[in-house]
Write a protein that binds this ligand. Structure first.
Ligand SMILES: [Fe+2]
Length: 416
């Protein structure tokens, strides 16, 4: 970021991203924005405030800066220990104050200040503003996943939006296998564009020959696993996975309900019969792993996935497309299809730092590094991810029992 022209471009992107967050909350009532359906999910109002807190804390705050409201420093800190105390995550739904109107005023105040600072001293703030925009895009996806959980567990199953691009008559591609030779590959972010710290350093990884499924696993294929007593057969499951499945009574993906005429599931467009041709979604790592074993395959490592994705165009079904649910793979796509968009893809890789990784100094070092334990890597983005947010080196991560993200399955095999 070297010229005032770049700063102008960043200012335009800043305004567009901030506006998009508010657009996503457009269909929500003030009541919808306050409720919290479970400790892992946050109210939309909290997301609106926290994304502003991030800019206020990491871009605006400097000696002599007066916060918009001193209480917000505590209320809207997510997990940064270096920045002091914070309101408990599981009690975010109790924050009936500040009101939604006050939070929106906070957003406007912070946006105006950030834009003014970018205009006056661009060289000092472009890096943290860029990080703040990618942070806000992460929360845009969380707004959708958290509202889906709130509405999808509500007795009336209210739709978030009436529009849908889903076409239940559309057939998916037949499942194929794309072979890849053994070889040494460079993994991780190189070059100049934005990347999170956890995408580097770039390093070499040797891969044995493998094959990757040419599309995501469908609801129809997953239903066959369910009908084959897949949830009742411990030999298919990791020990932690089967214990979790028993404790929580899992018998199908999150949002699936069996009715007289088959399984239905909640989508952001309301409750519908499952589309056998569309990718299965809202499965945990444990379920993905058990399905892969049942199917005589395995999950890809994150390195296998990245080698394939590095040559794939960043195209697919993203949040801008408006479906907000995964769609069947169609002909005409690159092989393999659905590498980006539709659903995040669980990998068999534990989330850990790459060789030579050290978290950045200061509070911002808590962004990614301190979560590198007991989580699994997911790749590729989903139908709730903004297109401009994803790239081949992007590493998402969630605990193996998480199901409320748009997480699905792509199979891999070792070459025999
Ligand atoms: Fe955050």
């Amino acid at each position: 970021m070297k010229t005032s022209e770049d700063a102008t471009d960043l200012a335009a992107r800043f305004q567009a991203v901030r506006r998009q967050t508010e657009t996503l909350c457009g269909p929500l009532s003030a009541e919808d924005c306050v409720a919290q359906s479970m400790p892992d999910a946050s109210p939309a109002k909290w997301h609106l405030a926290h994304t502003s807190w991030f800019f206020e804390t990491f871009v605006l705050a400097s000696p002599g800066y007066e916060p918009f409201d001193a209480a917000y420093v505590h209320l809207f800190n997510s997990y940064y220990e270096a920045l002091g105390s914070r309101h408990p995550r599981s009690a975010r739904g109790l924050l009936v104050r500040p009101t939604l109107a006050q939070v929106n005023a906070y957003r406007n105040h912070v946006s105006e200040r950030v834009l003014a600072l970018l205009d006056r001293r661009p060289h000092e703030v472009v890096t943290t503003i860029e990080l703040g925009l990618h942070h806000e895009q992460q929360h845009q996806e969380l707004i959708l996943t958290d509202i889906k959980h709130l509405f999808g567990t509500h007795p009336l199953l209210p739709p978030y939006q009436l529009r849908s691009s889903a076409d239940p008559t559309r057939a998916t591609l037949p499942l194929g296998w794309e072979p890849f030779d053994a070889g040494l590959h460079t993994i991780g972010h190189r070059g100049t564009g934005f990347a999170f710290d956890n995408e580097g350093p770039a390093h070499r990884v040797f891969l044995e020959p493998f094959a990757l499924a040419t599309r995501l696993v469908t609801n129809g294929e997953y239903l066959a696993f369910v009908r084959d007593d897949g949830y009742q057969r411990p030999e298919l499951w990791l020990s932690d996975g089967f214990r979790t499945r028993m404790e929580r009574g899992w018998v199908a993906p999150l949002y699936w309900r069996e009715e007289e005429n088959g399984f239905h599931h909640y989508t952001l467009g309301g409750s519908r019969p499952i589309d056998a041709e569309a990718p299965v979604c809202h499965v945990s790592f444990y379920e993905a792993e058990a399905f892969a074993r049942w199917a005589g395959a395995r999950l890809p490592t994150e390195f296998e996935w990245e080698v394939v994705a590095a040559d794939a165009p960043i195209s697919g079904n993203f949040s801008e497309d408006g479906a907000l649910e995964p769609l069947p793979a169609v002909t005409g796509h690159e092989r393999p299809a659905q590498v980006f968009g539709d659903t995040w893809e669980w990998t068999s890789s534990a989330y850990a730092g790459y060789p030579g990784y050290y978290p950045p100094a200061g509070a911002i070092g808590e962004y990614n590094g301190k979560f590198m334990c007991n989580q699994m890597v997911l790749r590729g983005g989903s139908c709730a991810t903004p297109r401009s947010h994803i790239r081949a080196t992007y590493r998402n991560f969630f605990p193996p029992d998480a199901r409320w993200q748009f997480s699905g399955i792509r199979l891999a095999r070792s070459a025999s």
